[in-house]
Design a protein around this ligand. Structure first.
Ligand code: G1P
Length: 290
């Protein structure tokens, strides 16, 4: 991948059905891990990797996401004397230049990425799925960029091994190890029916892609769940562009369901200096009562 990837697309257009009823009015991506929206963690991961422009794909009814990144001069004025609170109010918008495109219809992840075509233009870009929260320094995107520094114009996806009994929930790669946690992808499939997966290396929501993927997504027919799948677009891309799968350092939390988000919050609280002791005491107290 060429060294400088400046743009990242974050698809955030889904209905969030696993979080109903709260997602009636609060977009899933704004639900908190402790005190910050899930979305902010992935924007921070992008910024840490040197990305300056973040394009968030939302859908009608999820205007709260754009609101979150708007300046709040009223609040800033009221909190002007409290530097710590002021920093928190400004923290999201400061990370990157954030813009929005709207996916009018829920036609799938591949279609959501295609919606960002004009905003990305003719340059390589990253895709980050905000449900996949991975706490690690350096972040997964940074790790992938380092791993791919000498790989020319190749594309990359993050992968991790998952238990075979859950592999049908993911995109899955058929790949050959090339060393250092990297694999050359031979094929990939979205949500393979149980018993048919080519491996248990599942795709995690981080991608480094050339703009040629947009032409591929234009040609991608609906696949699993009758949606236009990014994985199927990558299978077309592979006809002309080498694709690598990168294993990474860090634990992935599935922020896409309530228990995964709860776990991410607890572990985050255990990692943060200002909450560690209270969180540990709370967890012990709750465990004692079982
Ligand atoms: C999406 C992708 C899938 C990937 C997964 C990772 O699926 O389509 O390839 O493995 O994210 O979280 P979804 O979670 O939208 O079903």
């Amino acid at each position: 991948m060429p060294a400088a990837i400046r743009k990242a697309v974050i698809p955030a257009a889904g209905l969030g059905t696993r979080f109903l009823p709260v997602t009636r009015s609060v977009p899933k991506e704004l639900l908190p891990i402790l005190d910050r929206p899930m979305l902010q963690y992935v924007v921070a991961e992008a910024a840490e990797a040197g990305i300056t422009d973040v394009i968030i794909v939302t859908s009608p009814g999820k205007e709260g996401i754009a609101d979150y990144f708007r300046p709040r001069p009223d609040l800033e004025e009221r909190l002007a004397d409290d530097a710590a609170l002021l920093e928190k109010v400004q923290s999201g918008a400061r990370l990157a230049d954030v813009s929005f495109v709207i996916q009018e219809e829920p036609l799938g992840l591949g279609h959501a990425v295609l919606t960002a075509r004009d905003a990305v233009g003719d340059e390589p870009f990253a895709v980050i799925l905000p449900d996949d929260i991975i706490a690690h320094t350096p972040g997964v995107l940074s790790q992938m960029m380092s791993g791919m520094a000498d790989a020319g114009d190749a594309a990359a996806v993050a992968v991790e091994r998952v238990p075979w009994e859950v592999v049908h929930n993911y995109g899955v790669v058929d790949a050959e190890p090339v060393g250092g946690g990297g694999h050359r992808v031979r094929g990939l499939v979205e949500k393979p029916p149980p018993g048919t997966a080519p491996s248990n290396l599942s795709i995690v929501g981080r991608y480094l892609l050339p703009s040629a993927v947009f032409d591929c997504l234009e040609r991608t027919p609906p696949g699993a769940r009758n949606e236009i799948q990014l994985t199927d677009g990558l299978a077309l891309l592979m006809e002309d562009t080498p694709l690598y799968a990168c294993e990474f350092e860090g634990i992935r939390y599935d922020g896409g369901n309530p228990m995964g988000l709860l776990r991410a919050s607890l572990e985050h609280a255990l990692q943060r200096d200002d909450t560690r002791d209270a969180a540990a005491a709370l967890i012990r107290e709750l465990a004692d009562g079982l």
